[in-house]
Design a protein around this ligand. Structure first.
Ligand SMILES: *[C@@H]1O[C@H](CO)[C@@H](O)[C@H](O)[C@H]1NC(C)=O
Ligand SMILES: *[C@@H]1O[C@H](CO)[C@@H](O)[C@H](O)[C@H]1NC(C)=O
Ligand SMILES: *[C@@H]1O[C@H](CO)[C@@H](O)[C@H](O)[C@H]1NC(C)=O
Length: 303
């Protein structure tokens, strides 16, 4: 599946126009883009269903919470899955979707994110992606733990299905790992990898965020005052990947095109960042990204 990137930006840039920030911020979402967003989030939701990440290679993806109907109807199969990878608790799968000609790497979130509000320790590590680039240690370690087998499976699958799109998705902690995984995969030959990151925390220092922004093909979503994208705090040296697709509709409401603002910049107070300090009380917004994204979460996930 492909999203048509608005021609306005690249064409105007090529002509040497300076586009006022406001016109970018006012960019409207097209109906076909919205359906793409509502499709890819279902792959992020599917990573919460234990039946998709525990020992299921070869089987169809299904979601008992009924929040991945289009994934189910695409007939997507699990090529590789991973779970319980030591302390970082990285879980997810690589799936093959022939109907949409895509290979999807999806990472599961975890409810330990609630602890992040009181956890002040988000150390940086050098992921060796670019000069001066630093990534959050825990998120990067999660990717590193599965990188070798996952990359091998992706390459193998792409060699059988050349031309398929590589799409990396995740929600919450899963979105953090997905962001760094996409950045790394792009730098290792898969340059056009698409990223759909729902409710991602900040993962990078300004140099790395800029690097990932420049790689392009990033769709990073936030929802109203969701506390998770506000962490780690700006004051700790973390910023976001741009742009932000800021969803303004209330919890549990159907999202329409007017409910999404596209905001440029690694720090932009027009969106989620400008809605105040991260509060536990605001967690309801974290669960709702077009649908109840974590509806499949099992009792095994720490709360
Ligand atoms: C993963 O760890 C949890 C909690 O320790 C356990 O209940 C579950 O069975 C483990 N899953 C696998 C596939 O090992
Ligand atoms: C996978 O393929 C990419 C692009 O062809 C290549 O750069 C990379 O080294 C390969 N990785 C592995 C683990 O084989
Ligand atoms: C949204 O749905 C969840 C789960 O069904 C429910 O717990 C919550 O109260 C709902 N919130 C609103 C604002 O309706």
């Amino acid at each position: 599946m492909h999203i048509t990137i608005p021609i306005l930006f690249s064409a105007a840039t090529a002509l040497g126009y300076a586009i006022p920030t406001n016109s970018l911020q006012a960019r409207e979402i097209a109906t076909n883009e919205l359906s793409q967003f509502k499709f890819w989030v279902q792959y992020a939701a599917a990573a919460y269903c234990e039946n998709n990440y525990v020992d299921q290679a070869g089987s169809l993806l299904t979601c008992w919470a009924k929040n991945c109907p289009q994934v189910e109807s695409s007939g997507a199969t699990i090529v590789y899955d991973f779970s319980n990878t030591t302390a970082t608790d990285t879980s997810g799968f690589v799936a093959l979707d022939k109907a949409n000609r895509a290979i999807i790497l999806s990472f599961r979130g975890s409810y330990s994110v609630r602890n992040w509000i009181s956890d002040i320790d988000f150390p940086f590590v050098d992921p060796d992606l670019c000069d001066g680039c630093l990534a959050e240690f825990g998120f990067w370690s999660s990717w590193e733990l599965v990188r070798d087998p996952v990359s091998a499976v992706i390459n193998e699958t792409l060699s059988i299905y050349p031309g398929y799109e590589l799409v990396v998705v995740g929600h919450s902690l899963g979105a953090a790992v997905a962001t760094l995984a996409a950045a790394d995969l792009r730098s290792r030959g898969h340059i056009s990898t698409a990223l759909y990151a729902f409710a991602a925390p900040r993962v990078a220092n300004p140099a790395l965020a800029k690097h990932i922004t420049t790689q392009g093909n990033n769709y990073r979503f936030t929802h109203t005052n969701d506390p998770v994208p506000k962490l780690p705090l700006l004051g700790m040296g973390y910023v976001h990947v741009s742009p932000e697709y800021y969803i303004t509709s209330p919890n549990n409401a159907t999202v329409s095109t007017e409910d999404i603002k596209v905001l440029e910049g690694e720090v932009n107070f027009e969106g989620n960042t400008g809605t105040g300090i991260p509060l536990l009380d605001d967690f309801p917004a974290h669960h709702w990204y077009f649908e109840e994204t974590d509806g499949c979460k099992g009792p095994g996930l720490p709360f």
